[in-house]
Design a protein around this ligand. Structure first.
Ligand code: CP
Length: 303
């Protein structure tokens, strides 16, 4: 079997992205109950906290009839100095057939590539990449607008420390979307696409908000929560200026009253919980890809 790792969005072609999104769509519609024909043994290795990624992968795996092992770094031999490579090699040796890994080290997968034969699905690496978050974001945008070409997306907040921002900027540009970044200028990686939010709020189709990644900051933030919300966040006033067809997204966890006014999280134009729902469909699609399964009758569905 060809090893179907998923490390980052830059290794996927547009055709591969579209194939994953198509499978995720099928999982959300006609193949809701479809399962892998064999029980595949999968393990989730999270070295950083997670609610959505870990548990939506777990939900996807259970729905696909996988046998799921959940690794706990706190009670493992990582505490005795075991390296990431040795932990991963151990999981391969004890019979796991695919691994989902989240790790604080940027591009941790580079030290594993070519040395592990089972597929590795990246659940987030430091401030580097978060491909399944990006794919679920793309699914949410595609469901809303039917296409990517010609859309305008603003990603707002802690761009510099956000793996969600870097994965989305890579993928959205590939797909023909005009992207802007906004928020505190010192948190932007480059200022080429930088625009103050108030200059673009009326023209964008998607407002993608980001959590401040305090755990990756060297200095503590000088601004109060209220000051941040007023300067860079989604307030009622800004919401009122958005196009009626525009949507609000956030990878979560969100901080109500910081990057978004708490009352707007469940605004009719917010797709934040829809993103989480789509996360399960997308993760089923990348697991299917990892194991190289085909849906029955996919061709007749395509017709
Ligand atoms: N969006 C996201 O990655 O959330 P978790 O950190 O809870 O997995």
């Amino acid at each position: 079997m060809k090893n179907k790792n998923l490390f980052a969005m830059d290794i996927l072609t547009v055709a591969e992205i579209n194939a994953i999104l198509f499978d995720a769509h099928l999982f959300s519609t006609i193949y809701k109950d479809w399962q892998f024909p064999d029980n595949r043994r999968v393990a989730n290795l999270f070295f950083e906290p997670s609610t959505r990624t870990q548990y939506s992968f777990e939900s996807a795996q259970h729905q696909l009839n996988c046998k799921v092992t959940t690794f706990n770094a706190e009670t493992s031999s990582v505490q005795k100095g075991e390296t990431l490579y040795d932990t991963v090699k151990t999981f391969e040796a004890i019979g796991m057939e695919a691994l989902v890994i989240r790790h604080p080290q940027n591009e941790y997968f580079q030290e594993l590539e070519g040395k592990i034969t089972i597929p590795i699905l990246n659940g987030g690496d430091g401030s580097g990449n978060h491909p399944t978050q990006c794919l679920l974001d793309l699914m949410t945008i595609k469901e809303e607008f039917g296409q990517f070409e010609g859309l305008k997306v603003a990603i707002v907040g802690d761009i510099k420390h956000s793996r969600v921002a870097s994965s989305n900027l890579t993928a959205l540009e590939k797909l023909g979307v005009t992207t802007y970044v906004s928020g505190p200028k010192e948190w932007s990686k480059d200022l080429v696409n930088y625009r103050p939010l108030d200059e673009i709020i009326e023209e964008i189709d998607v407002l993608m908000l980001l959590r401040i990644q305090h755990e990756r900051h060297e200095d503590t933030m000088q601004m109060s929560k209220k000051q941040y919300l007023t300067a860079y966040g989604l307030t009622h006033e800004r919401m009122g200026k958005m196009k009626p067809t525009a949507i609000v997204m956030h990878p979560a966890p969100f901080n109500r009253g910081v990057e978004i006014d708490g009352e707007l999280v469940e605004h009719p134009q917010s797709r934040i919980f829809k993103q989480m729902e789509n996360g399960v469909h997308v993760r089923k699609a990348v697991l299917k890809r990892a194991f190289g399964y085909e849906f029955p009758d996919t061709e007749s569905v395509n017709d």
